[in-house]
Design a protein around this ligand. Structure first.
Ligand code: ARG
Length: 459
């Protein structure tokens, strides 16, 4: 059938294949609440400006509320012949209130309409995201507080480097999420200009009040350039970039959870709630949730690259290409919300094993740097020489298959005769972490303060 909204120019309807490639209602119906809110703000403004009568506006507002109710109750029939959410709502409005429905689209185009709807949706998604990130921070901070002085190996190159505390390690992720949340705030602040009233691309001759619709929809101000307003999808890209970086952080944490759960590490245990078994190997408990969080990051990054590729090279202003902006954002949003929830669940669920962490850290000569520092401080050796002396002592410890604190004094003295009994005080794990009191360091007293500061800053 000929389209009822633009049928004047057309003598026949679209081919079946045209309908299939053109239709977006399957996914953009997610925007229904934003579409109705935008239309209500627009109709209210049109009446206030004397562009339509108050009676027509009242009929429109009442009709839109009714459409909203039908959608909310699941009674609304979405039709593919109406293509997208905007035309589905308007067609139903016409069925409900008749002629006044046709006045709603005065001084408006689907181009400014969809940009407005989608911005409103993305703004809501960012606000939800912030809450989910905060919940994960809370879970991390809680575990960190329990383990401010639980010693584990700190790694570089995934080789044991220096002892750190498990609390300190967890708080590193709290910082990452803090930056993710700052990106969310930035994205919200940047997107908060209202495209409505830009019309198709050039603005409109009607005496509209863009400041009024912007304010009614919670925007800070109207967008400044109509061409930019209808062809800008930076806000969706900001969302996806922010989501991608957060997903990358979750993927790194997930990888550590996978490692920590191995029989070789055993730093933590996950309960049955966050693991699954093997259909053949009865002994297995696999950290599937962590593996999936690690993997699903790929979808979010894929959504970002996908939309960047859609947008690159598009001339001003609107092109239908831009209808492809929504699915990647919706998909990334579902994925990230699930990953954040799963990660929060795992952090709350995990049982750290301090004894296993200790066994691991003892194996790797983690206090070698402390020994070298002692040689510098007490014997006045240049650091490079202290490094060399320590390296030889490490080699001897390795040959004897013991830790640094178990190397006898006479053996150490064989490397450098000036070494005294006093050196053993800096070789313990406790002494090592306790000594790292610099701001941002791993000393338990610092970590305790960092936990309190994190609560203050983020929760
Ligand atoms: N469904 C369209 C989209 O998502 C709405 C805008 C259509 N505008 C147009 N000029 N065809 O982009």
């Amino acid at each position: 059938a000929v389209n009822e909204l633009w049928g004047g120019r057309f003598s026949r309807g679209p081919s079946e294949i045209m309908e299939r490639i053109n239709v977006s209602i399957g996914f953009d119906k997610k925007l229904w609440a934003q579409d109705i809110a935008g239309s209500k703000a627009h109709a209210t403004m049109l009446a206030a400006q004397g562009i339509i009568t108050q009676d027509d506006a009242d009929a429109i507002l009442k009709g839109l509320d009714q459409v909203a109710e039908e959608i909310r109750d699941g009674r609304f029939v979405f039709k593919t012949e109406h293509e997208d959410i905007h035309m589905n709502v308007e067609s139903r409005l016409k069925e409900l209130i008749g002629e006044p429905a046709g006045r709603l689209h005065t001084a408006r185009s689907r181009n400014d309409q969809v940009a407005t709807d989608f911005k409103l949706w993305v703004r809501g998604a960012l606000q939800r995201l912030d809450g989910d990130m905060k919940a994960l921070q809370a879970a991390l901070i809680e575990q960190a507080e329990r383990h401010v002085d639980t010693i584990m190996p700190g790694f570089t190159h995934l080789q044991t480097a220096q002892p750190v505390t498990f609390g300190h390690h967890l708080l590193a992720y709290v910082e990452m999420l803090g930056r993710d949340r700052a990106r969310v705030r930035d994205a919200i602040a940047r997107l908060n200009e209202c495209p409505l009233g830009s019309a198709a691309l050039a603005g409109t001759p009607y005496p509209i009040d863009r400041a009024a619709t912007a304010a009614a929809l919670g925007f800070d101000r109207p967008t400044a350039n109509s061409l930019d307003a209808v062809s800008d999808r930076d806000f969706a890209l900001d969302y996806l970039a922010t989501a991608s970086i957060c997903a990358m952080h979750l993927s790194r944490l997930a990888e550590e959870i996978v490692l920590w759960c191995t029989t070789q590490f055993r730093f933590i245990r996950l309960s049955d709630a966050f693991t699954s078994g093997s259909s053949i190997m009865p002994q297995k408990k696999n950290p599937d949730a962590a593996e999936l969080v690690r993997a699903k990051c790929g979808r979010v990054i894929g959504a970002l690259s996908g939309l960047l590729v859609v947008m690159k090279g598009l001339p001003l202003a609107y092109s239908k290409d831009m209808q492809e902006d929504k699915e990647p954002v919706f998909e990334a949003d579902d994925t990230l919300a699930l990953c954040l929830a799963a990660t929060t669940g795992m952090i709350q669920d995990m049982t750290p094993d301090p004894a296993a962490m200790r066994r691991a850290v003892e194996a790797g000569f983690p206090t070698a740097t402390d020994l070298a520092d002692w040689l510098v401080r007490r014997l006045g050796l240049p650091f490079r020489e202290a490094h060399h002396v320590t390296g030889r002592i490490v080699r001897l410890a390795e040959e004897r298959a013991c830790g640094l604190s178990d190397v006898p004094l006479d053996v150490m003295r064989g490397v450098d005769a000036r070494i005294t009994e006093e050196v053993y005080a800096v070789l313990s794990l406790e002494a090592s972490v306790a000594s790292r009191t610099s701001f941002g360091g791993t000393a338990p007293e610092r970590v305790r303060a960092a936990v309190a500061a994190a609560r203050e800053r983020f929760l």
